[in-house]
Structures are given as structure tokens and as C-alpha cells.
Design a protein around this ligand. Structure first.
Ligand SMILES: Nc1ncnc2c1ncn2[C@@H]1O[C@H](COP(=O)(O)OP(=O)(O)OP(=O)(O)O)[C@@H](O)[C@H]1O
Ligand SMILES: [Mg+2]
Length: 363
């Protein structure tokens, strides 16, 4: 187990630069997720670590070993890098049964028969597939096939684990189950892990640390808590959170931010702010009341989406739409008046020109 270190990595396809001078260190045993929209360069980055793609510039180190260096002319092939890979298509060999699929790489490592058998049984047990060793992939469900792919890694015990959207072709329930399996896998292997996804729930639930990427650049890196609560810029604020964060753009007038009919309190540091300002508030952080309260703003109910445990409410203050998230299964008629309040602690403020978080009031 060691760290994964990328420095000055650049990658282009033709004229398009898809990874732009990337510096990234994954600490030993850490679970790091690269999260970003489609086409931002996530898979390309992972494939460069794996050795399946060659960077134009930069260095990649796994532990103490340089596996790629443009300047030193080092290019280690994938099989020499000692990595465990799970990609979107989990690529089991269709003509081999589960046991063969799991033990193939172990046989190549020339481990003893007893050791191989012990690792096989242990891996099957961990993914809850004991008794499935003789089945062929075609006799398994999609989720079970994915678990075989996980078992293969458990048996191999790699020090570095690279995963690219491994859960993308599973249904919602299986996904939740598999997230737990992957977390367990990481805990058991203690491998330095890079996980790629465009699914923010996977990123938030699995990671020690998240890198948010956009157009080949890092927009923010931080713990899931930080990324969610202290987005560094408007891109991250809007990318993370479902339902999405509320943004209110306006000017500070007499100590409050006026955005059409919505009035937002601002911290002391921004009372005399000139120029445009964007206030952001997560839907679950806006307080709501069914009765009028002093100082709270009246809004009208527009659309309700009860999801079971929670309800997403679209409300309107004049022409401005605001999204609220409340726990419980709420049903209300359209037009029902509600009262909302913004807590200063729950607000972030951004400069619309630089797009950056002004980091006042909260931190
Ligand atoms: N072999 C290739 N040849 C040319 N362009 C490529 C190649 N592979 C990737 N690209 C381009 O590089 C960019 C980054 O691709 P990449 O696959 O890394 O995106 P991604 O972040 O993994 O997206 P997704 O979430 O859709 O998987 C995209 O614009 C893509 O079209
Ligand atoms: Mg991809």
C-alpha cells in the first residue's frame, strides 16, 4: 500500500486538451473519488493511472515506483503496475465459471493451490456468493456478476484499486447494496483507491475525499462534508446536491440582499457590499412554517414531489421559484401560502464575476 501521485499530467486527443496540468495525490489507504460531468476527463485520468492511456506530459508514481514519466522516459505497461481494476463493463470471461474467473490472476501469480482455494472461498463469502463457484456468468444476474468482479479483486488483494463507474448498470436497490459492498471491500483490502463516477450520491457516500473535475481541471478537492457545505465556487455549488441548491442574485440594499421579491440576510462583512452578489441556500436548510411568523417571507406552494421519506416543494415568492426539502410525506393544494426563513448560518455567498465563494459569515 502506498500513495498514488500524479504531477503535471496533460492529455490531449488531437487538438482537444482533455486533462489540463493535473496534480493529484491519493494518500495510502485513502478512498478518493473523481466526480464530474460527462466528458470532463475522469475516465481518461483513471486510464492513465492504469497505464491504458499515455499522458502527453507529467509523472505518475505508485508508492515509490515511477510508472510513468515523460521526462525520464518511463512507461510501465498496465500488467506491471500491480493494480486492481473494475470498469463499467465488469468483463468476466463468459466461458469460465465463477471460480475460474476469480482465481485466474492468482494462478498467474503462482500461489499454492491451498492458498488459492482459501482466497476463493473467503472472497465468495465476503460478496455473499458462497455456493456459486461453479456457475457461469450467463447464469448470474447483473448484480451477481458485478459481485464476482468485486470478489476477484478481494482474492487478488491489490494495493491499488481503480474503479470506473462500477455501479452504473445496476438498479437503484442493488446500487445501494453494492455501495456497501464496495465500502467493505475498501475497508478489508485497505487499498489506495481511486473511484470515478458522475453520481454525486456515490461520491458522497463512499469517499474519504472527493475531487470535483470540470473540463479537465480540478474545481475543488475536499471531504464530502466540505464539498457539500462549503462549495468553493458556483460550479461545485450547483453540481452537488439533489434537489439543487437555490441561488439568488441581487444587490445589497440596506443590509439585505434583494433578489426580486426575495430578501436574504447578509453577514456583517457584506452589509456595504457593492456590486452583484449571489446567495446560495440548500433546499433542506430553508426553514418553513404553515403559519405566518414575524419576519418570515410568505410564499405560495406550486409543485410538490413527495419521494416517500421526504418532500421536495417548489414554492414561489412573486416570480422567483424556490426549492424546499422537508422531511415527511407532504400533500398541499397548489397556491397554499407558506412562510419561509433564511438562517444566516445556512447561506453561502459568491461573487458572480469570479464565481468564487466569498467565504464570509459561515467559516
Ligand atoms: N480515444 C479518444 N479519442 C478522442 N477523444 C477522446 C478519447 N477518449 C476520450 N476522448 C474525449 O476526451 C474527453 C474526456 O473523456 P473521458 O472519457 O475522460 O470523460 P469522462 O469524464 O469519463 O465522461 P463520462 O462521465 O461520460 O464517462 C471527452 O471529450 C471525450 O470525448
Ligand atoms: Mg467515463
Amino acid at each position: 500500500m502506498g500513495q498514488i501521485c500524479l504531477s503535471g499530467i496533460v492529455k490531449s486527443y488531437g487538438k482537444e486538451v482533455v486533462v489540463k496540468n493535473l496534480d493529484l495525490t491519493v494518500n495510502p489507504g485513502e478512498f478518493l473519488t473523481i466526480l464530474g460531468p460527462s466528458g470532463c476527463g475522469k475516465t481518461t485520468t483513471l486510464r492513465m493511472i492504469a497505464g491504458l492511456e499515455e499522458p502527453d506530459e507529467g509523472d505518475i508514481k505508485l508508492g515509490d515506483r515511477t510508472v510513468f514519466s515523460r521526462n525520464e522516459g518511463v512507461i510501465l505497461p498496465p500488467e506491471m503496475r500491480g493494480l486492481g481494476l473494475i470498469f463499467q463493463s465488469y468483463a468476466l470471461w463468459p466461458h469460465m465459471n465463477v471460480a475460474k474467473n476469480i482465481t485466474l490472476a492468482l494462478k498467474e501469480q503462482k500461489l499454492s493451490k491451498d492458498e488459492i482455494e482459501a482466497r476463493l472461498q473467503n472472497a465468495l463469502e465476503l460478496v455473499q456468493l458462497t455456493g456459486y463457484a461453479q456457475r457461469y456468468p450467463s447464469e448470474l444476474s447483473g448484480g451477481q456478476q458485478q459481485r464476482v468482479a468485486v470478489a476477484r479483486l478481494i482474492a487478488l488483494r491489490p494495493s491499488y484499486l481503480l474503479m470506473d463507474e462500477p455501479l452504473s448498470n445496476l438498479d437503484a436497490t442493488l446500487r445501494t447494496e453494492m455501495r456497501a459492498s464496495l465500502k467493505r471491500l475498501h475497508r478489508d483490502l485497505d487499498a489506495t483507491t481511486v473511484y470515478v463516477t458522475h453520481d454525486q450520491i456515490e461520491a458522497l457516500t463512499l469517499s474519504d475525499r472527493i475531487i470535483i473535475m470540470n473540463e479537465g481541471r480540478i474545481m475543488q478537492e475536499g471531504t464530502p462534508y466540505d464539498i457539500y457545505h462549503h462549495p468553493a465556487n458556483l460550479f461545485v455549488a450547483e453540481f452537488i446536491g439533489d434537489p439543487g441548491i437555490n441561488l439568488f442574485e441581487g444587490h445589497v440594499v440596506k443590509g439585505v440582499l434583494e433578489c426580486a421579491d426575495v430578501k436574504i440576510p447578509v453577514p456583517a462583512a457584506l452589509k456595504d457590499y457593492e456590486g452583484k452578489l449571489v446567495a446560495a441556500c440548500r433546499p433542506e436548510k430553508i426553514q418553513m412554517s404553515y403559519k405566518a411568523k414575524k419576519g418570515w417571507q410568505e410564499v405560495k406552494t406550486e409543485i410538490l414531489q413527495p419521494t416517500g421519506a421526504d418532500t421536495i416543494l417548489e414554492v414561489k415568492a412573486g416570480d422567483t421559484s424556490i426549492t424546499l426539502l422537508q422531511s415527511g410525506f407532504i400533500t398541499l393544494d397548489e397556491g397554499t401560502p407558506l412562510w419561509i426563513n433564511f438562517d444566516l448560518d445556512a447561506l453561502s455567498f459568491f461573487d458572480p464575476d469570479t464565481q468564487n465563494n466569498l467565504r464570509v459569515g459561515k467559516e
